[in-house]
Design a protein around this ligand. Structure first.
Ligand code: GLY
Length: 306
């Protein structure tokens, strides 16, 4: 399929261990791009420290996403966008490619690190995905503290909601989602994704990020993938699973390009995807104007961009 819609892509060859993070596909203003890239670099370094110490890909992607959730630049955790009621509702998921176990939360009330709760759903429940008040109750029973909403809502999030409601900005865009993919020295891959979703979304709207196969996917036989962008489109084409499966016959960069081109052609949706393939090679692509990202590999090389 022609991939004229793809605006940028990047690749790195096979590695013993590697990690790649993104700070969301979108249209970040030029003066804010360096902040987003620096945030991605900090997150990739934190995940790489886990891998360098012999930790698992699963722990590495969780750590990287926690760093991004704590950074108010991004639409995840602190800084998450607001729904039509002016409230934060959070979506997140994590997946382990060696076992195909996964956990997710959606339409979750404010908690500082929804990715840690998604991990707990995977590790300590019988389920894959918990929603709304049930997810919040589970989190509190597991020892996570509900956050004071005002401690997580930024002036930028308030301004974006006001602009969307005044129709001064595109309603329905979900920029700034965060995610990470990694391969560890044991050959295991993992992926994690977290978001506040879409500005001015209806209360209860759930996007792709907590949905296994749409926003997040990991399988040691193929690749780990985290996606970002227009969630409704990504759900409809199961973007993360589609991109992971494409690495059976293509490199990670090409798999990201081809799957985004297919989504654009079939649905008109735009976004980005990052992949860590089973051999540790990395690839990303976007069909938007910007997508901040950063990578660290076992040979000590670091790369970043937007
Ligand atoms: N991709 C994030 C969302 O649509 O919620």
């Amino acid at each position: 399929m022609a991939d004229d819609a793809v605006t940028a892509s990047w690749a790195h060859g096979p590695c013993t261990w590697s990690i790649l993070v993104h700070g969301g596909a979108g249209d970040v203003a030029a003066e804010r791009v360096p902040l987003h890239v620096a945030g991605c670099e900090r997150a990739a370094a934190a995940g790489a420290a886990v891998l360098q110490a012999g930790g698992s890909a699963l722990d590495a992607v969780q750590r990287a996403v926690e760093v991004l959730e704590d950074d108010p630049c991004f639409n995840a955790g602190t800084g998450a966008c607001l729904n039509a009621d002016g409230a934060i509702e959070l979506d997140a998921s994590i997946m382990d490619g060696s076992t195909l176990r996964a956990g997710g939360v959606c339409a979750l009330a404010p908690f500082k690190n929804p990715i840690a709760i998604a991990r707990r759903v995977m590790d300590a429940s019988r389920h894959v995905l918990l929603a709304g008040e049930g997810a919040a109750r589970f989190a509190q029973e597991q020892g996570f503290a509900r956050a004071d909403p005002s401690s997580m809502i930024t002036d930028l999030a308030r301004a974006r909601l006001a602009a969307a409601q005044a129709k001064r900005a595109t309603e329905g865009w979900a920029g700034g989602t965060v995610g990470a993919v990694a391969r560890d020295a044991g050959g295991r891959v993992a992926a994690a994704t977290s978001t506040g979703g879409m500005v001015n979304k209806l209360a209860g709207r759930v996007g792709d990020s907590p949905i296994v196969g749409a926003g997040t996917y990991a399988d040691d036989a193929t690749a780990a993938c985290s996606t970002t962008g227009h969630g409704e489109a990504m759900i409809r084409v199961c973007l993360a699973k589609t991109a992971s499966d494409a690495t059976r016959t293509a490199g990670a960069e090409h798999a990201a390009r081809a799957s985004l081109a297919m989504m654009h052609a079939r649905t008109g949706g735009t976004g980005g995807a990052i992949l860590a393939a089973r051999d540790g090679s990395l690839g990303l692509a976007r069909t938007t104007r910007t997508m901040s990202w950063a990578a660290v590999t076992d040979d000590g090389s670091r790369a970043s961009g937007a």
